[in-house]
Design a binder for this molecule. Structure first.
Ligand code: TEU
Length: 560
């Protein structure tokens, strides 16, 4: 079924690092309003705003202490209303981050729950007694390391958390708690937002009954597992109570959902409208979730899951297309060896995911080719997850070098350094001291320069977005069938999108050597664009190093 947002493209704003108008070194909502025209000019229709709710900021806003208020560091509720209405004037929907697997330990619900075993809200969170030796119910480990159980001295019990101890998990088995969430969600919809990106939602159903789980780590712990059987009951209820029949869409962050369940989650009658999957992006993460030792990965570890995902949504499903967000390293640093990181190769990386079926997401700074930082000292990093990975690696006997290499490859801070607006001090992000230092390369990589230069990565993104939306190609790119050509290839990614008699062929060479794919035969109808400055006239796929092309072709075989 056709949806109004099927041709749309999203931009993610991580507000703390986007644009600071107050000079306190931390971005704010007026800063987002100030840049709405910059975002609109890129061709964007949707902004996913990472959390701006009131928060003690133990996890940069993913620990919420009031769902219906704005944190003073970001501004006020009035600023938020202005953002929603000013975005709407530009035909941009604001998608709020909905963090409802857990709250902050400073949320009044948790404070009440923790106040006494008899409090009416006691059961809104998950509490368990210690065993005879004082131990918690089991050996589960959080997503960020450490036990999922924290002892609460005041009420003499353990509470459960899938993330930090300051993010206690809400108890979805409690009906009153669920009702309170639904009231809050509907209140936000009434404020005129365009929908939600639903955080870590696959963790809401717990691994009952509690028991020791098979260890996946030398310390005897086992990582908490998402997508437990029975979760669907809650998701269906939330959909019916909050989402159905409204002019919004929902995108669920869904680690642990196998492709075989995509239809249930994001098919025509799915719980959500699209999913944020992890298979194509967690290429460098070990099975136990650890970033070390470094994991050897190949291009097909990226392209094959993308292909599986495209198949999984082929019957009317949808997905979020992304290669960067606030939890991931920069894509240019991940996909391209340092010696070859240029505007040219950045464009190739961008082409690789942009013409798949789904909604493409561009993460702030991705459109100008921002890269990872090169910090050697763990004290330079801020992210809780990064700090845990580093220290756990050392505890497990790995060297500083191995541990810091993992951090340099994978830290969430790579995406969180401030946005580069221009070449002035602190990249024009703040007049104060930025909460996280600016990447050293801001003088050559910044939005001002990218806007002025016709051949910039940013202008390339603009072209890609307008091709996706063009009258001639938008149907094929939105709904066309997908075929992965030369699927075992470890240096090129080639796919076609076909609808009726139109075929768009996308080819990207991820290597520093030329690639000749003479087995792929086609008649060239039109060169749509590519990262090289010359027009493409060949009817054979001879790709230069890091070359990307998008062609309108007639395929000469039905299957390659
Ligand atoms: O991330 C969820 C998260 O960390 C997991 O999906 C994890 O990446 C996965 O299980 C890998 O094993 C979201 C937010 O994006 C992140 O910024 C927050 O810190 C986190 O939730 C807690 O709210």
């Amino acid at each position: 079924m056709m949806k109004s947002w099927h041709y749309e493209v999203a931009y993610q704003v991580y507000p703390k690092s986007f644009n600071d108008t107050k000079g306190d070194g931390s971005g704010d909502i007026p800063g987002v309003i100030e840049k709405l025209d910059y975002i609109k000019d890129l061709g964007i229709d949707v902004i996913w705003l990472s959390p701006v709710y009131r928060s003690p900021m133990k996890d940069n806003g993913y620990d919420i202490s009031d769902y219906q208020d704005i944190d003073p560091s970001f501004g006020t509720m009035d600023d938020m209303r202005q953002l929603i209405s000013k975005a709407k004037k530009r035909n941009i929907r604001i998608i709020m981050d909905l963090v409802i697997n857990h709250s902050s330990d400073q949320h009044p619900w948790f404070l009440a729950s923790a106040s006494s075993k008899d409090d009416p809200k006691r059961d809104w969170y998950i509490w368990e007694e210690a065993d005879e030796e004082g131990n918690p119910p089991n050996n589960l480990r959080t997503n960020f390391g450490g036990s999922c159980w924290t002892w609460h001295v005041g009420s003499q019990a353990y509470y459960f958390h899938s993330f930090t101890k300051e993010q206690p998990d809400l108890n979805w088995d409690n009906k009153d708690m669920r009702e309170a969430l639904y009231t809050m969600i509907n209140w936000w919809i009434d404020q005129g937002i365009g929908g939600f990106r639903v955080d870590a939602i696959t963790f809401i159903k717990k691994q009952f009954p509690w028991k020791q789980e098979p260890a996946d780590s030398p310390d005897g712990t086992a990582k908490v597992q998402p997508n437990q059987p029975g979760i669907g009951k809650f998701l269906q209820e939330m959909k019916e109570r909050c989402f159905t029949g409204k002019d919004i869409f929902t995108v669920a962050e869904a680690p642990g959902v196998p492709f075989s369940q995509y239809d249930e989650y994001a098919g025509v009658d799915g719980y959500f409208d699209m999913l944020i999957g992890f298979e194509h992006i967690d290429v460098d993460v070990n099975d136990n979730g650890r970033w070390y030792p470094s994991k050897d990965w190949h291009l097909s570890d990226y392209t094959k899951p993308l292909t599986e995902e495209q198949k999984a949504i082929s019957e009317g499903g949808w997905t979020a297309l992304y290669i960067e967000n606030h939890d991931q390293p920069r894509s240019l640093s991940r996909f391209i060896p340092e010696a070859h990181q240029t505007d040219y190769s950045a464009k190739a990386v961008a082409v690789s995911y942009f013409f798949l079926k789904g909604m493409p997401y561009v993460y702030q700074g991705q459109e100008i080719g921002m890269t990872n930082v090169n910090w050697e000292d763990i004290n330079q990093y801020d992210d809780i997850w990064t700090i845990d990975e580093y220290h756990t690696a050392l505890r497990e006997g790995f060297s500083h070098q191995t541990a810091i290499e993992a951090v340099k490859r994978r830290s969430r801070d790579h995406a969180r350094t401030p946005m580069h607006w221009d070449d002035s001090l602190h990249a024009g992000f703040t007049s104060g001291t930025p909460w996280l230092p600016v990447n050293d390369n801001y003088q050559s990589v910044n939005a001002k320069q990218a806007q002025a230069d016709d051949s910039s990565i940013r202008n390339f993104f603009k072209k890609m977005i307008s091709l996706r939306k063009s009258d001639t190609y938008r149907e094929t790119i939105a709904y066309g069938s997908y075929t992965h050509l030369v699927p075992d290839h470890d240096t090129v990614y080639v796919y076609t999108r076909s609808l009726k008699d139109q075929t768009v062929l996308v080819a990207v060479n991820f290597s520093a050597t030329p690639q000749k794919l003479s087995q792929i035969q086609f008649k060239l109808n039109q060169h749509l664009f590519g990262n090289a400055d010359h027009a493409w006239t060949k009817e054979v796929l001879n790709l230069d190093p890091f070359e990307a092309v998008v062609l309108d072709v007639t395929r000469l075989q039905s299957e390659y």
